[in-house]
Design a protein around this ligand. Structure first.
Ligand code: SF4
Length: 218
């Protein structure tokens, strides 16, 4: 029955490529990226606008996509976007990969939720949530499952956007990554200030650039 669904259901994919993890706490490890089509937000500095232009995608059956992933011969997959939770087929794709013993990373802006995801959470599913301006909202259902909270440090973000009451249970667990926007020196300075401010509240954070860009990788 499930195989039948995998062979029938379409999923829109913008790109599939193997590279290294360039952001966050798993930086440097080899990983297969699946970029799903569509996003519910329109961030000013978005560097993947092609992921929601409505034309730059290919439609796969989910079973075909799994075959493409298997060809890469690596048991680590990052599902990104766009916004992966915008794709209703995200739960069945994630479930199938977990069943096939993949470690699955999902990069999300945190604003959306799919209830079918809830039973899938285990130690092989890692959620990186990067809340976006101006609200830095995370869907309350997602909050308990966030493994990493990544903030792009741009000219707008304030320390109050990070130290918010709803984030407190999360940020105590050393999961904050501060990513200076486009690796700009002035944003590195701002990130250092935030890091210090967070320490005053007893919260550790890591400043990590977009390493794939430094290395000239996709
Ligand atoms: S949430 Fe991500 S993909 Fe969507 S517009 Fe913002 S930066 Fe771009």
């Amino acid at each position: 029955m499930k195989q039948e669904i995998l062979e029938k259901k379409d999923i829109k994919v913008v790109e599939i490529f193997r590279t290294i993890e360039g952001e966050g706490r798993w930086v440097g490890l080899p990983i297969v990226f699946i970029r799903l089509e569509g996003c519910n937000l329109r961030c000013e500095w978005c560097d993947t606008k092609y992921s929601y232009d409505g034309i730059t995608f290919k439609t796969y059956k989910i079973s075909e996509l799994i075959q493409q992933i298997e060809k890469q011969n690596l048991k680590r997959v990052c599902i990104t976007g766009g916004e992966p939770f915008y794709t209703p087929e995200l739960p069945i794709l994630t479930e199938t990969l977990l069943e096939k013993n993949y470690k699955v990373f999902i990069e999300t802006n945190g604003t959306l939720w799919l209830p079918e995801m809830e039973p899938l959470f285990n130690e092989n599913l890692y959620i990186t949530c990067s809340p976006k301006p101006p609200t830095y909202y995370i869907h309350p259902k997602l909050i308990p499952f966030v493994s990493e909270l990544k903030f792009v440090v741009d000219k707008y973000i304030k320390i109050e956007d990070i130290i918010k009451p709803e984030f407190i249970p999360l940020i105590k667990n050393d999961i904050i990554v501060l990513q200076p926007e486009s690796n700009k020196p002035e944003m590195v300075k701002k990130a250092l200030k935030f890091q210090d401010e967070l320490l005053k509240h007893g919260v550790e954070s890591r400043i990590i650039p977009q390493c794939h860009k430094v290395l000239g990788l996709p």
